[in-house]
Ligand binder design. Structure first.
Ligand code: UDP
Length: 233
C-alpha cells in the first residue's frame, strides 16, 4: 500500500524564531496550524527536530565528543516534547519515539510502533536523532524516512531553497528549482550533511527545501506545492 507519508524537519534555530535560542511559541503554533491542516487532509506526518537552539556537539572542544553529542541528542528530545505539547494544545494527537529509553517521557522507537501511531492519525515525533554520536538529525531524518517508507522529506529552513553559493555572502547566488542529489554531493550544496545526502542517494529518498517563514509553506509542501527547491534522486 502506498501511503501519503512525509517526514518534516524543523531546525532548532527555526523553533527559536527571532530569539535564536530556546523556543518561540508563535513560530511553533504556526507550524502546528499548518501540520494540522495536512493531517486533516489525510497526510501522515512524522517530525524530526534539530537541537541547535540549545546545543551542538561539535561546538564544544572542552569535553569528550561522545558526551557532547549526547547532550545534543537530549536537546532534540526536549525540543520534541515542547513542540508535541504545543501540537496537542492545537488539537492534534502526538507520540514521541526515541532510539534510547527516556523512562516514561517517550516511547522506544520501532517501525511497528510508529506505524501503529500513524494508523491512529497521530503526528509521530522521531526524537533523539539516530541515538549515536557523530551523527546529526539530518542523518536521523533520512534514516527514519527510509525505514518508515515515507514518500519524501520536507526541510523547512530559514532560507527559501538551495543556492549555488551562500546568498548572504554572494549577492549573485542562484537558486535551484530542482537539483539532483549527485550535484548536491559533488558541489557540497547546503541541503543536509554529506552522510545524510549519501543515504538519500542510495535509497532514492527525495527532499524538498523551502522557507519555513513563507506563508502556508508547510501546508503547501505537504500537497506537493514547493516554492523552493526539489532535490531529485
Ligand atoms: N546528535 C547526535 N546524533 C544524532 C543526532 C544528533 O549526536 O543522531 C547531536 C549532535 O551533537 C548535534 C546535536 O545532536 O550537534 C543537535 O542535532 P542537529 O542535527 O540539530 O545538529 P547540527 O547539525 O545543527 O549540529
Amino acid at each position: 500500500m502506498k501511503t501519503n507519508r512525509v517526514l518534516l524537519k524543523l531546525s532548532g534555530e527555526a523553533l527559536a524564531g527571532p530569539k535564536k535560542t530556546g523556543f518561540d511559541e508563535d513560530t511553533v503554533r504556526e507550524v502546528a496550524r499548518q501540520v494540522k491542516m495536512s493531517v486533516e487532509a489525510g497526510v501522515q506526518v512524522g517530525i524530526v527536530i534539530g537541537g541547535g537552539n540549545f546545543w551542538r556537539g561539535r561546538t564544544s572542544n572542552a569535553i569528550d565528543r561522545t558526551k557532547a553529542d549526547q547532550i545534543g541528542m537530549l536537546a532534540t528530545v526536549m525540543n520534541c516534547i515542547y513542540v508535541s505539547e504545543i501540537f496537542r494544545t492545537e488539537g492534534m494527537k502526538t507520540q514521541i519515539l526515541t532510539p534510547f529509553e527516556c523512562g516514561s517521557m517517550t516511547k522506544l522507537f520501532s517501525k511497528d510502533r510508529a506505524n501503529k501511531y500513524f494508523a491512529k492519525g497521530m503526528v509521530v515525533f522521531f526524537a533523539g536523532g539516530t541515538g549515536h554520536p557523530y551523527f546529526s538529525t539530518d542523518t536521523g531524518i533520512v534514516l527514519r524516512a527510509v525505514e518508515m517508507e515515507a514518500n519524501c522529506i520536507l526541510l523547512a529552513k530559514s532560507i527559501d531553497g538551495v543556492y549555488d553559493s551562500d546568498p548572504k555572502v554572494n549577492p549573485d547566488a542562484k537558486k535551484y528549482n530542482t537539483v539532483s542529489i549527485e550535484e548536491v554531493i559533488e558541489k557540497k550544496l547546503a541541503v543536509v550533511d554529506l552522510t545524510a545526502s549519501i543515504m538519500c542517494m542510495e535509497h532514492h529518498m527525495p527532499m524538498a527545501v523551502f522557507d519555513l517563514n513563507e506563508k502556508d509553506s508547510i501546508a503547501n509542501a505537504m500537497q506537493g506545492k514547493i516554492n523552493g527547491t526539489i532535490v531529485t534522486v
